[in-house]
Design a protein around this ligand. Sequence first.
Ligand SMILES: *Cc1c(COP(=O)(O)O)cnc(C)c1O
Length: 374
Amino acid sequence: MRLETLAVHAGAEPDAETGALAPPIHLSTTFRHGPAAERIAGYEYQREGNPTQDRLEAALAALEGGAAALAFASGMAAIAGLLEILPPGARVLLPDDCYSGLRNLATQFLPQRGATVAFVDMADLAAVEAACAPATTLLWLETPSNPLLKLADIAAVARIAHAHGAVLACDNTFATPVLQQPLALGADVVMHSTTKYFGGHSDVLGGALVFARRDALFDAALHRRHLAGAVLAPFSAWLTLRGCRSLAARMALHCANARKLAEFLAAQPAVARVNWPGLATHPGHAVATAQMRDYGAMLSIHLRGGREAALAVAGRLRLFLNATSLGGCESLVEHRGSTEGAHPVSPQDLLRLSVGLEHADDLIADWAQALAAA
Ligand SMILES: *Cc1c(COP(=O)(O)O)cnc(C)c1O
């Protein structure tokens, strides 16, 4: 089945009891069992697993082409769910441009557990190869990356990781499986902040890990989630599943709008550079074309006038709301340098855009008026 069809039908079997097409939400924390704890319908306690979550996990695994998925309370809980099962002394290689929460979690908490963290430009395969020289446990990819929209060749990085006995995990939040399927390209685990495009309406937090195989890594992550309890609430699982149904259709419009806006912005004198992999001038354009179905709807721009111009333009936008997060129906703009806490790493002249589902002409008009005074 094609992805669009899976998005609508995976985990969507009509309710066996009532025939309801919209899945029931099972809020029960506990499930009746036999006197010696014999399971009756397969469930025991909500933290271990529940029917609403099972539907979502079936859909996530089907969409990513994985063997199994684990839903978590947030994208960060999913990341922690993987980092915290690494063996003592593990070495983790992270991309030099990545979600700031991952950078902070890894650098602040992994060393306490005896793990080491190093950063490398994942677009530079020779650098990745060299960085793998000390025994490496886990390589983490984020492509396109946040917020610079850097591209990494997933298949090539997977070959390097596996040649060194490392696991390859890939944050697929920006692309979604509609645009890119890292497991098919050799990744071992895909991570999602389902808060973003999967949920799609800026109203539900969640995360997921999708595994290529039901192997020891999957078992460890499942066991740790059960014990640590960073599980997704059933209602959140239900909302995320609802988002799955329209994911492919939304991504098509998100991407079409992003293309029009990126081309408009690239022609504006006040804009020094547009980071969007669909532009032929983007250094990762060829890699994106080879491994993605479309180029996504996240972009970032550098303003010629630096930080001041970036903040002034963000302040003049009307349709693009100043807010963090991404992947919702509404377009958002964010000066990442102002939201990364005490030690921002994003360039100060940079604005990150999440292009929404409004009409492209209205989005372009908003930027035209905001840039007119720049
Ligand atoms: C938002 C985000 C995360 C973290 O997910 P939460 O759901 O906010 O915990 C991780 N990676 C990327 C690329 C993100 O955009």
